[in-house]
Design a protein around this ligand. Structure first.
Ligand code: ZN
Ligand code: ZN
Length: 160
């Protein structure tokens, strides 16, 4: 079972549930809202530290789910990256997705792709060189729009 958390300003559960059941054949459950901790904010970067946010979900999760997904609408980063769309921590079994840079007509589709991508990492997948594969690394929103919401056959074979 996958627990889905989101900040109060988002309403993504149905998009996420659709994508996860369709692409990964896993069950999800709405796990409730959470708050981005003020100490995650880095005033120098004017962004939020993704790893600090993941730790809040660790506390919330208390291992009741096999995997957990958290959704935030603030701009997130990890060190050495100017920004990230999402972060997966396979040890903590938690992934975080930010909608901050996904706005636009294709918002739902982008959320679905980033969700499936981060879950792929939680399932042990690395980045894929195929540009159309959902596990292809997104450096820009164009990269996200170019890839499909599905795993290529090679990636799929690694977790099925
Ligand atoms: Zn990735
Ligand atoms: Zn692939």
């Amino acid at each position: 079972m996958i627990g889905v958390y989101q900040v109060e300003t988002l309403n993504l559960y149905s998009i996420v549930n659709d994508a996860v059941t369709k692409q990964l054949h896993l069950e999800t459950e709405y796990a409730g809202t959470f708050t981005v901790p003020p100490n995650a904010y880095n005033p120098l970067r004017q962004q939020y530290d993704a790893r600090t946010i993941v730790n809040v979900l660790v506390e919330r999760n208390s291992t009741q789910y096999d995997l957990s997904l958290g959704f935030v609408d603030v701009d997130i980063y990890v060190s050495r990256m100017s920004f990230i769309f999402g972060l997966a921590d396979p040890v903590k079994k938690i992934a975080l997705v930010s909608t901050f840079r996904l706005a636009g007509e294709r918002f739902d589709e982008r959320v679905a792709k980033e969700t499936v991508h981060e879950l792929g990492h939680l399932k042990g997948l690395e980045h894929c060189t195929k540009e159309t594969c959902v596990m292809h690394f997104s450096n820009t929103l164009e990269d996200t729009d170019q890839k499909n919401a599905v795993f290529c056959s090679n990636c799929r074979s690694q977790f099925e």
